[in-house]
Every structure is written in structure tokens, then in C-alpha cells.
Design a protein around this ligand. Structure first.
Ligand SMILES: CSC[C@H]1O[C@@H](n2cnc3c(O)ncnc32)[C@H](O)[C@@H]1O
Ligand SMILES: [Zn+2]
Length: 430
């Protein structure tokens, strides 16, 4: 089927950031076939008028725990370890497939509404996450996060489950679902366990996703237990010999940044979560100088407390300017790339998504340009980064399929999801 989105303004985020005016984007099947200005092609099955809308690549959330929407506001204003050990892990221990299913569905509604077309998720009961994602039509890189603090039998069961999930779902949903393996963190997985997971990742030819150097306390504990900081620790365990995406990387030195750059390790910067948990601020300007292209993630809704990628993009553009006392620390264009094309690279999907270019999958969003806060419309990239809000997102397409049109969800029953999610939370709250 051929769909024509016409009368639009288009920000492709390809090599340059030029905006096309009075432009069209032709979708053939699941892919972008043509982008141009002026007279649109003929022989179209469906035409959508995008007057007063800016088309741009879908936003890519490279680190989340979707089902944690059920725990939004459950425990605020605590440091990471207390928050995890005393609040999150006890209630997550009572989560079953129903909690993960409806918590994830709620997250997926929130993400689509705020312009996310692809997300990475690390959690438990991942069959539910994958099923919900396929039904919603979103794209995702999914992994069963494993915490190796239990008996060796428990460890092995979780590892087998993670491998099974990664094998079963890689390529599902007409290729929209891909997978990874995820040892949760150096402080929750013993070294030999991480090594076994690296070897599984090699066997399956899949990337690794892991939390790393999120807090100063984590780094200090790692030094006490293993004699080295987390970056060197994971390097010694062979993690970086695989394509790897690390979440956070807040407490990393210049030398460590150099090492991560040399190994081509991908970074998911989670400014909202890091600020709320008081973890610190990742040295993003130094990473950019070293040639790393950091991506952006929300983390779970219990530490953020939303899944709004436009907010993460704005935070990334603002906080580093403040910390560095340098308004050029993270320019607007870089911040938007962190939420789009750098996100695609972080999920090893840049051959398919991240920019609007012929030959790529039609994963795109439209943003309404008529709001008072979007005037005058002379620098639209600036407005997206510094001014737009999630309610400005009007249309969301993945693989050329509309998931939201004119603010109406096309694939999900939002009211039912809201109801079921609250029920699922009631069952586990004590
Ligand atoms: C084993 S599934 C994922 C696991 O990660 C926990 N989690 C959520 N946010 C964070 C964070 O910022 N750092 C470390 N771990 C986090 C979540 O509660 C799940 O237990
Ligand atoms: Zn996380």
C-alpha cells in the first residue's frame, strides 16, 4: 500500500538538519519511499494532510522498565540502593504476568502518546512485554533482566529463561521485536555469572544491556569487592567484546570514557532518573568530545516519573549547559539526535530507523505547530527541543502503520488498559 503524507514540514535528521517546507513523504508498505517538496507523486492509496505539522523521526527510548508504570509515585525521594532494596524489589517480587502485562500496556500508551516509536526494555515476565508490544505495533529491543543474587540454581534458571526469551522473540512482530541479554548490573551479578551471559550473547549473536556506574556508592562497592571500578571490571569480564549498551554511566572518568569510546560501547543517558534518584549527572559533553554518541532513556516510571522522551531531550540540552557553565555543551541538534539517530545506533538498529530517509522503515511522528508556544515557527528544531510538549505529538507511525492519528490511538484500548493496570496494582500493593 502507498500512503502519502502531504503539505508537511519535514525534519529528516539525516546528514543535515534542513527543514523541507510544503513537503511530502511517500510510504510504500513499511518503508519510506520518497521525500520531496512541490508536486507529490500520483497513484496513491491513502493521502493524509499534514498541514501545520512537522514530521520527524520517531523518538527512541533506549532504557526502560516499562511495567514500572504501576510503581509510579510508589516510593519517591530515596537514593538508588534504598529505593531498590527496600521499596522496588519487595513489591516487584509480588509481580506476576498480569502486573507486567498491564503495567507495560500503560507504558506503551504513554510512550506512543509522547512520540516514542521504539524502546528498549529490561524486566521480568518478558513474554508479556513482547506480546503487548507486538499488539500495539511498537518497535522494541527487549531483554529479560537477570539479577544473580540468589542460589546457583536460581541463577541458572533465570539465565536459561533469558536465553529462551531472547531466542524465541528475536525477529518477532515482522522484525519489529529484537532482543538482547541483560545481566542487571555488576553489583547484582557475580563475575562468573556475567561471563556465562557474555558467552550466551556470543552464541546467540546478540548485544548486551547492563546498568553501569550509576552512583558513586556503586563504584566504591565495586572497588572494594573486585579491586577495580565497574568499567574495568566489565572490560575484564569480556562484556565490551560484545556490542554493548550501558545504562547511566554517570560516574566515569576521562580514561574510562576513552575506553568506552574505543570499544564502541553505547550509552543510554537517563537524565530524569539520575536527577530524581540524586545519582549525579553523566559527563555527556566529555563523551561527545571522545566521539561517543550517547542516546537517551527514561528508565522506569518509578524513578522519573514519566516516560516522556521530549522531556529527556530537553533535560539533556539544559542540564549540561548549567553544569559546564557553557551554553554550547549540548546543542539543541545534538540533544534531538540523542533522542533519534543516536538512539537507533544504541539499539544497533541504525540501518533501519533513526532518520527519515528513503530506504528506512517508516517510523515517524508529527508535531502540531499551531500552539502559541511554537510561535513564531522560524526554528522548528529549536522549538522541538526547548518548547514542544508531549501533547503536541499528533501522529505516530511505525513500519508505516498508524499507531496514533490526530491524537487518537489506533491499536490500543486506552480506557481498558487504565482500568486493568489499576486492578493489577491493587492485587500486589500491601
Ligand atoms: C531485573 S529487571 C530490572 C530491574 O531493574 C530495576 N531498576 C529500575 N531502575 C533501576 C535503576 O535506575 N538502576 C538499577 N536498577 C533499576 C528494577 O526495579 C528491576 O528490578
Ligand atoms: Zn534501569
Amino acid at each position: 500500500m502507498k500512503q502519502l503524507l502531504k503539505n508537511a514540514r519535514i525534519l529528516s535528521m539525516g546528514q543535515d538538519n534542513q527543514i523541507l517546507d510544503d513537503a511530502y513523504l511517500l510510504i510504500d508498505g513499511s518503508m519510506i519511499a520518497q521525500i520531496g517538496s512541490g508536486q507529490p507523486p500520483e497513484g496513491i492509496d491513502e493521502v493524509v494532510d499534514m498541514k501545520d505539522r512537522l514530521l520527524l523521526p520517531g523518538l527512541i527510548n533506549t532504557h526502560s522498565h516499562a511495567a514500572m508504570t504501576l510503581l509510579r509515585g510508589f516510593a519517591d525521594d530515596l537514593p538508588l540502593q534504598t529505593w531498590l532494596e527496600e521499596k522496588m524489589w519487595p513489591i516487584e517480587g509480588r509481580f506476576g504476568p498480569e502486573q507486567v502485562k498491564w503495567g507495560t500496556a500503560l507504558a506503551v500508551v504513554e510512550m506512543i502518546r509522547s512520540g516514542v516509536t521504539c524502546y528498549a526494555d529490561m524486566y521480568d515476565h518478558m513474554d508479556e512485554v513482547a506480546q503487548v508490544t507486538v499488539e500495539a505495533g511498537l518497535r522494541a529491543r527487549l531483554c529479560r533482566g537477570v539479577i544473580g543474587l540468589g542460589s546457583s540454581e536460581e541463577q541458572e534458571n533465570k539465565r536459561r529463561e533469558a536465553v529462551q526469551f531472547a531466542r524465541n522473540w528475536n525477529g518477532a512482530g515482522e522484525g519489529r521485536i529484537t532482543t538482547m541479554l541483560a545481566p542487571h548490573a555488576p553489583y547484582t551479578c557475580p563475575p562468573d555469572y556475567i561471563e556465562r551471559i557474555v558467552s550466551d550473547a556470543e552464541d546467540l549473536n546478540l548485544p548486551i544491556h547492563i546498568h553501569m556506574s550509576e552512583t558513586r556508592a556503586e563504584v566504591e562497592t565495586n572497588v572494594k569487592e573486585y579491586g577495580v571500578r565497574p568499567v574495568e571490571h566489565l572490560e575484564r569480564l569480556g562484556v565490551f567484546n560484545r556490542p554493548t549498551l550501558v545504562a547511566h554511566a554517570v560516574h566515569v572518568t576521562e580514561e574510562e570514557i576513552q575506553m568506552l569510546a574505543e570499544y564502541g560501547v553505547k550509552i543510554s543517558h537517563n537524565p530524569g532518573s539520575n536527577l530524581k534518584l540524586g545519582s549525579g549527572i553523566a559527563p555527556i559533553p566529555a563523551m561527545l568530545k571522545a566521539g561517543i554518541r550517547p542516546s537517551l532513556g527514561t528508565d522506569g516510571a518509578a524513578s522519573n516519573n514519566n516516560l516522556d522522551m521530549l522531556e529527556e531531550i530537553r533535560l539533556a540540552a539544559l542540564i549540561h549547559k548549567g553544569v559546564q557553565e557553557d551554553p554550547e555543551a549540548v546543542p539543541a541538534e545534538t540533544a534531538l539526535r540523542m533522542g533519534t539517530s543516536f538512539g537507533a545506533e544504541a539499539l544497533f538498529l541504525d540501518h533501519a530507523i533513526g532518520t527519515l530517509e528513503p530506504g528506512k522503515q517508516a517510523d515517524l511522528i508529527s508535531v502540531d505547530l499551531t500552539g502559541a508556544h511554537m510561535q513564531p515557527p522560524h526554528d522548528l528544531l529549536s522549538h522541538i527541543v526547548y518548547s514542544a510538549g508531549r501533547d503536541d505529538v499528533r501522529d505516530v507511525y511505525v513500519d508505516g502503520i498508524p499507531l496514533m492519528q490526530n491524537g487518537e490511538l489506533c491499536t490500543l484500548d486506552e480506557e481498558k488498559i487504565r482500568y486493568e493496570a489499576l486492578q493489577a496494582f491493587e492485587e500486589v500493593k500491601s
